[in-house]
Design a protein around this ligand. Structure first.
Ligand code: C5P
Length: 216
């Protein structure tokens, strides 16, 4: 592959989004938060009064999605995360979102994509793959602080319960379940500050980049 793609996968609130943004800034690469695609499909379906279990309706919503719809701040809400994980179980919804992600990944020079299945399904030949994790309680604390900062008042226990439900659904589904690619570097950020996590990620990607450059 000609472009340097960095795949950053992992569960909700593991730090993968911040890491992807930092890597994008460091390498001068565009960044796609692929969770936003699933969030947008879920929010569009809910707004249209569709049944989230209706795969055909989900597929239609995914097909009509445009890049400018991804800027909506409502996609960052707790409710949107739950809707996203429900529509993400449908293989046809995932297939309809594939082109957008692969086109983004194929940009000249490369790209950073974060999600659940980037290293396993979307860009399996990405030269750099990270799987970012953290303990559920740590992730719940991070997400809780984020939601509070966005003005969304919610109990910590509810956020932890959300995280556990989403982990089980995302990891247990048949279509592109959340799991590390065989050749992904695992990064557990439980005990790390964001600076430490970003530094560790950069070191992993530097090593992958050196291997990639020498193999071309
Ligand atoms: O990353 P984020 O929390 O925004 O993702 C929301 C949901 O979208 C996830 O819980 C997951 O169900 C789904 N998702 C996915 N594949 C991706 C990105 C997100 O299934 N590549």
């Amino acid at each position: 592959m000609a472009s340097f793609v960095i795949a950053v996968d992992g569960p909700a609130a593991s730090g993968k989004g911040t890491i992807a943004t930092r890597l994008g800034a460091h390498y001068g690469l565009p960044v796609l938060d692929t969770g936003l695609l699933y969030r947008a499909v879920g929010v569009l379906m809910r707004a249209a009064g569709e049944d989230l279990d209706d795969e055909g309706a989900g597929c239609a919503a995914a097909t009509m999605l445009t890049a400018d719809q991804l800027d909506d701040p409502r996609l960052r809400s707790r409710a949107a995360g739950e809707l996203a994980s429900r529509v993400a179980v449908h293989p046809r919804v995932r297939a309809a979102l594939m082109d957008f992600q692969r086109t983004f990944a194929g940009q000249p020079g490369g790209a950073v994509l974060d999600g659940r299945d980037i290293g396993t399904v979307v860009v399996p030949d990405a030269p750099a793959k990270l799987y970012v994790t953290a303990a559920p309680a740590v992730r719940a604390t991070r997400r809780w602080n984020q939601l509070k900062a966005q003005g969304e008042a919610v109990a910590y226990e509810d956020v932890l319960a959300d995280i556990r439900v989403r982990d089980a659904r995302d990891g247990g589904r048949d279509a592109a379940p959340m799991r590390p690619a065989q050749d992904a570097a695992l990064l557990d950020t439980s005990e790390m500050t964001i600076e430490q996590a970003a530094d560790a990620a950069r070191r992993i990607v530097e090593a992958a980049r050196a291997r990639w450059l020498s193999s071309r």
